[in-house]
Design a protein around this ligand. Structure first.
Ligand code: ADP
Length: 630
């Protein structure tokens, strides 16, 4: 250990982050205080947790102090939390440990840079200091270590920092911001108090500032020197989630949400309960109003759902407390029954926790059900999280019906792509003889809306749900029915649309041999060629077996490098179509072959499938047109 300052270079990514933070968050610069207080609060949480295991560490009087010096233009944030060792300072402050931040950097490199809403989600925390300060000092002593092992870190936020061994008598961390000339306004009592009120009111530890004192005059008009100011608590400092919901105002809920979620936007809605009974716990669960940038990050990295036990912060436990399909939920769960010394491993198969988890899922699904009654609110939710929720149909068998009830779809009954039809709406509108829920999956709204498979349904006035999200085909592969009604893809298997089945009388001998002739030409492409009962305006369409994967999905899988087992679709031909009637009279064998291929290829295209040889298709088409013109 040396006593002189040692110089270190920042990791390259740190420079990038610093640069980004300063530029993108400049219009939000006051959040620096929130970020530093939040770090201080985490450090107090960690100390309290540590003190359970290590009796030598005292968790008494944990607090955060905010001081300032208007003359020296400094703001100092002090906590008596866990502190950091020298190695921890190097690892935590000099590097970007958070893999989310790296991903964020990659993504932002491609887009416009000042998306402040996004950057907040990555815990850029400490670096926010450099928005307002041109020099920052950290003085820290790890709890349980000797005063001499403390360390001072200093940097101008450019490319390097220095580290120095110092003596510090109390554990915890002190952050000293040397404000930039133009940011000196922050070294002000009212300004700082207001910021604490605004952003950190619900930090569960007391945030203290020196009281404001004024010189007074005695009866003779002589000034009495002001008394020495003392620290006073300037925030609410109680665990918000422990309060009775009736005592908490909406704005307090919103402020607390922002504190725990790193989200700059308001939450969309929340549920707050105190559960008593075999298990006693409190939960405050939020649904964000916007899908976060990192919605699809891996489960293990999910954050924002905090587990407390008897008010002691234990860990971020999103994965343990919420199934993957509800990963957008943020909040706090505080158990009275779990043992304080739980580890992540113990949590995973702890029956108490499993009970809490299933209770929480019911709460969230109940909340969504309630909100689904408000069309406008629910539409916003659906747009942001609908596809995520759909995963629950597959993932959460026990709650499948509750999840299905929450889904919304586009429909042939709607004029546009709006997704607002629930399965209950659909069933309520079903035709008298109808006993199935008809749907179609495809690549885009345009593709499904105009699919030839819908022709008969349109003619008969039977509603079809239009599904065009990537997840839909996968999801529908896992459900058979809802409310006693079977799901039926209009592009798969046999259709029994009541009376129209009668129309499917045996084709005449001539038609039969015509179909067989086509089949012979297409034997490598289709399993059979049949007379269609479902086409009205189109000449042909492809029909998959009941259990086969839709054609647009097969294409996606192939593109993703997953060769698909060769299951051939059936080709249905509309014998009443003028083009088909023309083909029936084509004698030239070569021309007949080309017409047959065309019927198949058109059906494939309409399905969102991909032609093996598109140029050949175009040539063939031109040739046939020219032949007709002759
Ligand atoms: P984040 O808080 O999102 O992890 P920061 O850059 O703000 O990102 O902090 C990086 C790490 O530095 C923290 O995770 C924590 O381990 C450590 N740290 C920051 N501030 C403090 C503090 N006041 N006391 C102890 N450790 C701290």
């Amino acid at each position: 250990m040396t006593n002189t300052a040692e110089k270190f270079e920042f990791q390259a990514e740190v420079n990038q982050v610093l640069d980004l933070v300063i530029h993108s968050l400049y219009s939000n610069k006051e959040i620096f205080l929130r970020e530093l207080i939040s770090n201080a609060s985490d450090a107090c949480d960690k100390l309290r947790f540590e003190a359970i295991k290590n009796k030598k560490i005292s968790a008494a009087d944990l607090s955060i102090k905010v001081d300032f010096d208007a003359t020296a233009k400094t703001v100092t944030i002090t906590d008596n939390g866990i502190g950091m060792t020298r190695e921890e300072v190097i690892n935590n402050i000099g590097t970007i440990a958070n893999s989310g931040t790296k991903k964020y950097l990659e993504s932002i490199a491609k887009k416009d840079r000042d998306d402040a809403n996004l950057i907040g989600q990555f815990g850029v925390g400490f670096y926010a200091s450099f928005i307002v300060a041109d020099e920052v000092e950290i003085r820290t002593l790890k709890a349980g270590e000797k005063p001499e092992s403390a360390v001072a870190w200093k940097s101008d936020g450019k490319s390097a920092y220095t580290l120095e061994s110092i003596k510090k008598d109390t554990h915890g961390t002190e952050i000293i911001l040397h404000l930039r000339e133009e940011e000196a306004e922050f070294a002000d009592n009212f300004r700082l108090r207001n910021l604490i009120k605004k952003y950190s009111e619900h930090v569960a530890f007391p945030i203290k500032m020196l009281e404001i004192t004024h010189p007074e005059k005695d009866d003779d008009g002589n000034e009495i020197p002001a008394k020495t100011p003392e620290y006073e608590v300037v925030n609410d400092a109680t665990a918000l989630w422990k309060k009775a919901p009736s005592e908490v105002k909406d704005e307090d809920y919103q402020a607390f949400y922002k504190q725990i979620s790193n989200d700059f936007n308001d939450a969309a809605f929340w549920t707050h309960n105190h559960i008593e009974g075999t298990q006693s716990y409190s939960n405050l669960l939020y649904v964000p109003s916007k899908s976060p940038f990192n919605m699809f990050q891996s489960q293990d990295e999910r954050e924002g759902l905090k587990l407390f036990i008897k008010r002691v912060f234990i860990m971020d436990a999103a994965k343990e407390l919420m199934p993957n399909y509800l990963r957008f939920v943020k909040g706090v769960v505080d158990s009275n029954d779990l043992p304080l010394n739980v580890s992540r491993e113990l949590l995973q198969d702890n029956p108490l926790l499993q009970k809490i988890k299933s209770g929480l899922v019911k709460r969230v699904l109940g909340l969504l059900k309630k909100k689904s009654l408000d069309t406008e609110v629910y539409a916003t939710f659906w747009k942001e999280f609908g596809d995520t929720l759909k995963e629950g149909v597959v993932e959460d068998y026990a709650n499948r019906d509750a999840v299905l009830k929450l889904l919304r779809f586009a429909s042939t009954d709607n004029q546009d792509a709006t997704e607002n039809v629930s399965l209950d709406d659909y069933i309520g509108r079903m035709k008298e003889a109808q006993d199935k829920i008809y749907y179609i999956t495809g690549e885009s709204y345009e593709a499904v809306k105009n699919s030839p498979h819908l022709e008969l349904f349109k003619k008969e006035g039977v509603e079809v749900l239009l599904m065009h999200s990537r997840i839909d085909e996968w999801m529908m592969g896992h459900v058979q029915e809802y409310d006693g009604k079977k799901f039926q893809s209009v592009a798969k298997g046999k259709l029994d649309l009541g009376q129209d089945e009668d129309k499917a009388a045996e084709p005449s001998a001539a038609d039969k041999s015509f179909l067989e002739k086509i089949q012979k030409q297409l034997k490598d492409h289709v399993s059979e060629v049949t007379a269609s009962t479902r086409l009205v305006n189109s000449a042909s369409c492809l029909v998959m077996d009941e259990h086969a994967m839709a054609i647009h999905m097969q294409k996606l899988m192939e593109q993703a490098g997953q060769a698909m087992p060769g299951q051939l679709p059936a080709l249905e031909i509309n014998l009443e179509h003028p083009l088909v009637q023309h083909i029936e009279h084509v004698d030239n064998e070569e021309q007949f072959k080309q017409w047959s291929e065309l019927l198949f290829e058109q059906a494939l295209l309409a399905e969102g499938g991909q032609l093996k040889n598109p140029a050949n298709y175009v040539q063939k088409m031109n040739q046939l047109m020219l032949d007709i013109l002759k």
